[in-house]
Design a binder for this molecule. Structure first.
Ligand SMILES: Cc1cc2nc3c(=O)[nH]c(=O)nc-3n(C[C@H](O)[C@H](O)[C@H](O)COP(=O)(O)OP(=O)(O)OC[C@H]3O[C@@H](n4cnc5c(N)ncnc54)[C@H](O)[C@@H]3O)c2cc1C
Length: 222
C-alpha cells in the first residue's frame, strides 16, 4: 500500500550522502534493518521506485533515510538532491533480510552501513551494544557516514578501512581474511554483511575461508 509522506528536513551527512526526514505514514511498521520502496511525488518520478533503509527507529514519530547520491546516474538519488522541505515521498512496501540476531561483527561498505545504523541505534537505546564490532569500508575518510557517532558508540570496536587513502589509525586497502580474523572473538556469533555486490562477494568468500557457517551470516546486497 502506497502512502504519501511530507518531507520535514534534508541535510548533508557527508559530501554525497543526504539525511532526509519525513512524516511517518499511518500504521507504518518496520524492524531496525528493514528497507522500503520510495519514489518522489513529482511529475515523471512517481513510478521510479528505489529501495532505502530506515535509519530512524520504528517507535520514532518520523521516518529518516540516509541516502548516498549518484548525480551521474541521473536517477532518483540525483533527483533527491533538489528535494526541499514540504515536497512529498511515496512510501511503498517494507521489506529486507537484515535483522539483529545477536552479538557479532557488522561488515559494511559505503551506504551499506544504513541497516546497521538502525540496528546499532536500537541496541544503544536498549543498552545492549555489548561486544558488537563494526568493520566499515569506504574509499576515503570523507566518505565515512556518521563516523563520530559510531566512534562514540563502539570505541575500539569500530574499525575503518579506506581503499583510496592512507590515514593514521585507519586500515588501508580492501577487507581481507586476516583483518576479519583479528576481529573474531568468543562473542562473535553472527556476521552481518551489507554493501555493493562486488564487496559482498569478496567478503562472503573470506568468511567461507574462515569456516563461518552460512547460518551465521545475515546479509543484503545494495
Ligand atoms: C534493500 C536495499 C536497501 C537500500 N538502502 C539504501 C540506503 O539506505 N541508502 C542508500 O544510499 N542506498 C540504499 N540502497 C541502494 C539504493 O537503492 C540505490 O543506490 C539507488 O536505487 C540508486 O538509485 P538511482 O536512481 O540514483 O540510480 P540507479 O537506479 O542506480 O541508476 C539510474 C540509471 O542510471 C544509469 N546508471 C547506473 N549505473 C551507472 C553508472 N555507474 N554510471 C552512469 N550511469 C549509471 C542506469 O541507466 C540506471 O537505470 C539500498 C538498496 C537495497 C537493495
Amino acid at each position: 500500500m502506497e502512502q504519501i509522506a511530507k518531507v520535514f528536513s534534508i541535510e548533508k551527512l557527508t559530501h554525497d550522502v543526504l539525511r532526509i526526514t519525513a512524516e511517518k505514514p499511518a500504521n507504518l511498521t518496520y524492524l531496525p534493518g528493514q528497507a522500503v520502496d520510495i519514489s518522489i511525488n513529482k511529475p515523471g518520478w512517481e513510478k521510479e521506485l528505489r529501495a532505502f533503509t530506515f535509519t530512524s527507529l520504528p517507535q520514532d514519530d518520523h521516518i529518516e533515510f540516509s541516502i548516498k547520491t549518484y548525480p551521474l546516474h541521473k536517477g532518483v538519488t540525483n533527483q533527491l538532491l533538489s528535494l526541499t522541505k514540504g515536497d512529498e515521498l511515496i512510501v511503498g512496501g517494507v521489506f529486507g533480510d537484515i535483522a539483529y540476531k545477536g552479538e557479532g561483527i557488522f561488515i559494511a561498505g559505503g551506504a551499506g552501513i544504513t541497516p546497521f545504523l538502525a540496528i546499532l541505534k536500537q541496541l544503544e537505546k536498549e543498552n545492549k551494544i555489548g561486544q558488537n564490532k563494526l568493520l566499515f569500508a569506504n574509499k576515503t575518510k570523507a566518505d565515512i557516514i556518521c563516523e563520530d557517532r559510531l566512534s562514540r558508540l563502539l570505541g575500539k570496536n569500530f574499525v575503518n578501512i579506506l581503499s583510496d587513502e592512507k590515514q593514521e589509525g585507519y586500515e588501508h586497502g580492501f577487507i581481507s581474511t586476516d583483518l576479519i580474523r583479528k576481529l573474531i572473538s568468543k562473542d562473535t556469533n553472527y556476521f552481518y554483511l551489507c554493501g555493493p555486490p562486488p564487496m559482498m562477494q569478496a567478503v562472503e568468500k573470506q568468511l567461507s575461508e574462515l569456516g563461518v557457517a552460512e547460518g551465521s551470516i545475515v546479509k543484503e546486497a545494495f
